[in-house]
Design a protein around this ligand. Structure first.
Ligand SMILES: [Zn+2]
Length: 443
């Protein structure tokens, strides 16, 4: 099988409208990307699947959408102002900037080749700083949030007092975060603007021992629901040098990206650190009153923190395949039908004799149930290939027999099998196939 490289992924993403470089007509902006018509649909589908998984399929998890701009005290309490830094060096000759821990400081500059031109390393805070209000005095300095989790901690009491949640419970949030990365790399894997899907699960001290393994298992199971190949996923437990000083334990789910194994999601046992910090810095009581024991305690937290934009890169790289067929070859994206940007494409075999009108009528009828696409141009084989390349799992073709007996051809993406079925059975047939979908075995 041909190798999946980042070049192929980037090229497909641009060619078919998944992902573009930001501000491309101005030469592009490093570390920022735009999601095109198919990319935004794929991203929204993954987000919706995660949201349903967390807030609908699990007990006691409620949603939140905190603002990106927060009081700067939040980041003092969380430690981001003092600790969220990378060591950085500049080349005095060519002005290039590097992560001091990622290059050999004794070697020549990798950009201009001069030796001994690096400044001494200094710490560089990854938070984007901006100002709120018309004054630019120091009091109005704020930051674009570098993670969504703090919004959940800060609103912990609000959620507790305004909804009928009892410990253990979780708060889920999806949103943008920003990090001023010195080196952005691997396409959308590490970008300055990205999206996170985070859930903080609050429980009694000690109960975290039970919930931590539970959430690890649940989060890995989610990716198999999404159809990700199990041999492309693995666990990485943080060693003592990777573990934050307050954390009890931490595991990452890693995915085999085109550039190698990298973090996709973290499941962390964070103790009562965050709420205690916010209690200290805000002066507000962050404790929970147990209704049966009447004891006050600061809850412990198990966090599941996934990158939504990393999930998009994972979904595309995992789905990508170049297949040699009997007479030709095809590029196919084996998206799970639940996340595919388009679920059903409808084609008339030819435009004339009322076939186009009939096909368009069927496509309209399917819209209530599925995300659809209508295409009447080009040879039918080429229309199938275009749908394979963007991961559309089902194609419906209308031909002259359709006009006589109301039957259509339903074609499955992975197996390329075709079945003849009645229009009245179409919705049920596709729904059944989605429910039982297994990669390569879709009919
Ligand atoms: Zn240089």
């Amino acid at each position: 099988m041909a190798e999946v490289t980042m070049e192929k992924i980037v090229s497909l993403c641009k060619r078919r409208g998944f992902i573009y470089q930001s501000s491309e007509i101005y030469g592009g902006l490093n570390g920022a990307y735009d999601y095109g018509p198919l990319g935004v649909q794929l991203k929204n589908n993954i987000r919706d699947m995660w949201w349903k998984e967390m807030t609908q399929l699990h007990d006691g998890i409620v949603g939140l959408d905190a603002s990106i701009l927060m009081h700067s005290k939040v980041w003092e309490a969380s430690g981001h102002i003092s600790n969220f830094t990378d060591p950085m060096v500049d080349c005095k000759k060519c002005k290039s900037r590097f992560r001091a821990d990622q290059i050999d400081l004794e070697a020549p500059c990798p950009v201009c080749g001069n030796k001994g031109t690096f400044t001494s390393p200094r710490n560089f805070n990854l938070m984007f700083e901006t100002h709120i209000g018309a004054d630019s005095d120091t009091a109005s300095t704020i930051y674009l949030r570098p993670e969504t989790a703090q919004g959940i901690y800060v609103d912990f009491k609000n959620v507790l007092q305004s909804s009928r949640v009892k410990i253990p419970f979780g708060i889920a949030q999806v949103g943008k975060s920003f990090r001023n990365e010195i080196t952005t790399k691997s396409f959308i894997f590490r970008s300055c603007e990205f999206e996170q899907m985070e859930m903080q699960f609050f429980c009694a001290p000690g109960e975290d021992e039970k919930w931590f393994p539970y959430w690890r298992e649940q989060r890995m199971a989610f990716y198999s629901k999404m159809g990700i190949r199990p041999d492309h996923l693995r666990w990485h437990q943080h060693g003592p040098d990777e573990l934050a000083f307050y954390a009890k334990d931490a595991y990452d789910i890693q995915f085999l990206f085109p550039m190698g194994w990298q973090e996709l999601e973290g499941v962390h046992s964070r103790t009562d650190y965050d709420l205690t910090q916010h209690q200290k810095f805000s002066g507000k009581d962050m404790s929970y009153l147990d209704p049966t024991t009447h004891e006050h305690f600061i809850p412990y937290v198990v966090e599941t923190s996934a990158g939504l934009t990393r999930n998009v890169l994972m979904a595309i790289s995992d789905a990508y395949e170049e297949q040699e067929l009997e007479k030709d070859s095809r590029v196919v994206l084996h998206f799970h039908p639940l996340i595919a940007p388009i679920t059903v494409a409808v084609f008339p075999l030819v435009k004339k004799d009322g076939l186009a009108e009939k096909a368009s009528e069927i496509e309209h009828a399917l819209r209530e149930e599925f995300s659809t696409f209508y295409d009447q141009s080009g040879a039918i084989g080429r229309r199938y290939r275009r749908m394979d390349e963007i991961g559309t799992p089902y194609c419906v073709t209308i031909d002259y027999d359709t006009m006589k007996d109301n039957s259509v051809t339903l074609r499955f993406r992975d197996s390329m099998e075709q079945v003849r079925i009645s229009i009245t059975d179409l919705v049920k047939e596709i729904q059944g196939s989605i429910k039982n979908y297994r990669r390569g075995n879709d009919e």
